[in-house]
Each structure stands twice: as structure tokens, then as C-alpha cells.
Design a protein around this ligand. Structure first.
Ligand code: RP5
Length: 163
């Protein structure tokens, strides 16, 4: 099945975080692809990826990066597809560097920025799913079911000592 969502990340070291985006899309049964694309180590590949994304069927790109995290912004500059940025938690500054690099895009090229780390990766997947569900309405039920499972898991164990 043609991938609708592309997950890219600056390094294999980002996979620990970005795997949560992939797992979430897997749970929703949404076709996606995963690839390491580095803005500074493989800049030509980044341009090729972003420029070719729409033609190969992608509708949203999730880009995770850490440190001076220019991958999401550079990707957004080379495609009209919505780009969601996930700040990966860096060792030196705990991801504050990643967050500010991604969220502080100058006006004109937007990047939808999520939270630092695992929560951001999961929410990027859920937001990408919501975006594509406007057109691919068959995935709306998967999102509804996902939320219901979440609600059920909270109501099933209201006493935190029994979780
Ligand atoms: C960024 O540099 C990557 O997104 C990663 O978060 C960070 C560190 O990369 P490695 O040195 O672990 O490959 O480009």
C-alpha cells in the first residue's frame, strides 16, 4: 500500500523517540514509511526526499530531530505538504535546543511543532492521522477507537495503586 505519511529523522539515534510515531501509525493501520534523512549529513537527500514526497503519494511528513534541529524547517521549505516537527531530547540541553530550533520558524514557512520526545512523536502521528482522515475518512474510526481504548484504560483502573 502506498505510504500516506512519511516519518523522517536526522539520525538513527532518533529512532528511540521516533519509533513511537511509527508504532502509533501501525496501531491505526495507516500506511507509512520511515527513513533517516539528515539536513546536515545528507542535505542533497533531504532536498530529493522533500521535493519528491508529494509525487510518491505522501500527504504529511513527520520530521524528528535533535540539537540544532533544522530538518523539519528545511523539509517544510521544500514541500507544500504539512510538516510536523518532533523535538528529540538532546543530551546537552534536554531537548530545549531541539524544541526552540523547530518551533521558532520565521513567518512564511510553517512547521507544526509537537512536544519534546515520546509524547511529541505519538501526538505527531495522531495529528498526521487526523489530517489525512479529512480525505481518507476510513481512518476516522481507527482514531475514535484509539481514544476509546485510552478512556477505557483510565476508567478500568481509577485507583492508581492498582495499575
Ligand atoms: C541531529 O543530531 C539528529 O536529529 C540527532 O538528534 C542529533 C544527534 O545525532 P547523532 O550524533 O546521534 O547521529 O542531527
Amino acid at each position: 500500500m502506498t505510504a500516506l505519511i512519511g516519518i523522517i529523522m536526522g539520525s538513527t539515534s532518533d529512532w528511540e523517540t521516533m519509533q513511537h510515531a511509527a508504532q502509533t501509525l501501525q496501531q491505526l493501520n495507516i500506511p507509512h514509511e520511515v527513513e533517516v534523512v539528515s539536513a546536515h549529513r545528507t542535505p542533497d537527500k533531504l532536498f530529493q526526499y522533500a521535493e519528491g514526497a508529494e509525487d510518491k503519494g505522501l500527504e504529511v511528513i513527520i520530521a524528528g530531530a535533535g540539537g540544532a534541529a533544522h530538518l523539519p524547517g528545511m523539509t517544510a521549505a521544500k514541500t507544500l505538504l504539512p510538516v510536523l516537527g518532533v523535538p528529540v531530547q538532546s543530551k546537552a540541553l534536554n531537548g530545549m535546543d531541539s524544541l526552540l530550533s523547530i518551533v521558532q520558524m520565521p513567518a512564511g514557512i510553517p512547521v507544526g511543532t509537537l512536544a519534546i520526545g515520546r509524547a511529541g512523536a505519538i501526538n505527531a502521528a495522531l495529528m498526521a492521522a487526523a489530517i489525512i482522515s479529512n480525505k481518507h475518512t476510513e481512518y476516522r474510526q481507527a482514531l475514535t477507537d484509539y481514544r476509546q481504548r485510552q478512556t477505557d484504560s483510565v476508567t478500568a483502573t481509577p485507583d492508581p495503586r492498582k495499575v
